[in-house]
Design a protein around this ligand. Structure first.
Ligand code: KG4
Ligand code: ZN
Length: 416
């Protein structure tokens, strides 16, 4: 089962071929990051225009990487608008389906991927799978092998995660804790009530004059600073979603049935203590607290414009702000992950999304989780077609419904 995955929800145009939800045959990504850097964030119009330019060459190159033998690749130039050397058999014969991100994301960006996938599904007569981008991020963790056709090096987990899986999804648009009982059977335990963690990194980076994207640049600057130079507050959340309330009720029922000596038949993880913990996050207060601290460091109050901070702060002050902000932001998500682990005792924990590339997150989690955790390659954490192809494989393998190539619509606000 080989699926072509297409991802264009934000500023990355990416396509990949994945087999059986575990073997990566190709991954090609073109990013418009350089064009957005000077604006300090993604400009939707620019991203959409760049997707239009890149999408066909990217798909062509992904098919070529997967299906043209290495020797032939070296002797032929990639052609942007027709696939592969004419002597070669049609790579489409080896593709069993197309998976495409249809939400959540930027409308103009999503449209380019979805319209391309719909057209290809009709012309090449392939089943089409619509993929939820956030759910897709989690599936990057299922890739455990690469085919010999790949020249790029990937650091992959040795085994696929086992259900029930606790997933911490942390990106520029999302911060969520999700419990997967099985494929396509999950509960959203909690999510951010305001900024996503990656968005907070991006805003704090801008505030102290570091380049976009903020996650890697704050991480780098933090290496020069003292993460305990001062403290910043963590938001105390109390909100509990109806889905989490329902899950806790189900678990309590399962537990009392088990206590009545009925043989256990449910795959639901049983909670190990009665909990009313909230798994929601909030990062806007932390970001504002970092701003107030920066203003205070130079002897100014809240009226001092944040745009003037980069020139007023010393490099040592910037490094301390980066180090403290990063420690507290990461602790916030790690605290909740550990709490959810203790309540639901999952078999595996995975992290997903752009911020999952953070070495500080990886370090804190490995240190505090009582089970071992494997991480995927950072190239598979940020937006990529491989995660979309992988979830597409599982949809196909599990007989999930296909999308209608004549009517699949984008859903910019799609949630889990
Ligand atoms: O998943 P992603 O590529 O796009 C979204 O779906 O949002 O995530 C982008 C986010 C950005 O906020 C970026 O600052 C953050 O991921 N990020 C990182 C790292 N690489 C990207 N954050 C921390 N450490 C990194 N190495
Ligand atoms: Zn993403």
């Amino acid at each position: 089962m080989k699926i072509l995955g297409i991802e264009t929800s934000c500023d990355e145009t990416s396509a990949a071929v994945v087999e059986d939800g575990r073997i990566l045959h190709s991954l090609v990504t073109a990013t418009s990051l350089d064009l957005h850097a000077k604006y300090g964030g993604v400009v939707p119009e620019i991203a959409a225009r760049r997707h239009i330019e890149s999408i066909l060459p990217v798909i062509d190159e992904a098919l070529r990487e997967a299906f043209v033998p290495n020797a032939e690749k070296d002797s032929t130039l990639p052609s942007p608008h027709s696939t592969l050397p004419s002597s070669h058999s049609d790579p489409w014969d080896q593709i069993d389906g197309i998976a495409v991100t249809y939400g959540a994301g930027l409308g103009g960006s999503l449209l380019v991927g979805v319209m391309t996938a719909r057209t290809l599904a009709i012309v090449k007569n392939k089943p089409l799978y619509g993929i939820n981008h956030v759910e897709g991020h989690v599936y990057a963790n299922f890739i455990t092998n690469v085919s010999s056709s790949l020249s790029t090096n990937y650091q992959l987990p040795t085994t696929a995660p086992k259900f029930p899986i606790l997933a911490l999804i942390v990106s520029g648009g999302h911060s969520q804790l999700v419990l997967f009982r099985d494929h396509f059977d999950y509960t959203l335990l909690g999510q951010t009530q305001d900024d996503a963690i990656g968005e907070a990194f991006d805003k704090v980076a801008k505030m102290i004059g570091l380049p976009y994207p903020g996650g890697p640049s704050v991480g780098k600057k933090a290496l020069e600073g003292n993460p305990h130079a001062f403290d910043l507050p963590k938001a105390q959340m109390t909100s509990i979603s109806s889905a989490l309330t329902e899950l806790r009720r189900e678990k309590t029922e399962v537990r009392s049935e088990e206590e009545d000596a009925t043989p256990p038949h449910s795959t639901l993880p049983t909670p190990h203590s009665a909990s009313n913990a909230s798994y929601d996050f909030s990062f806007s207060g932390l970001k504002t607290a970092a701003l107030r601290r920066a203003q205070a460091m130079i002897g100014k109050d809240f009226t001092f414009p944040s745009k003037d901070l980069p020139a007023a702060l010393t490099e040592a002050q910037k490094a301390d702000i980066a180090a403290v902000f990063q420690r507290v932001a990461i602790e916030t998500v790690v605290d909740k992950t550990i709490m959810a682990f203790e309540e639901f005792k999952p078999a595996s924990v995975v992290i997903a999304g752009g911020v999952a590339a953070s070495p500080e997150l990886r370090r804190q989690l490995a240190e505090r989780l009582p089970i071992s955790i494997e991480y995927t390659d950072t190239k598979l954490c940020t937006d990529n077609g491989a995660m979309i192809a992988t979830l597409g494989c599982f949809k196909a393998l599990h007989g999930q419904p296909t999308a209608d190539p004549y009517s699949l619509e984008i859903q910019p606000n799609l949630s889990m």
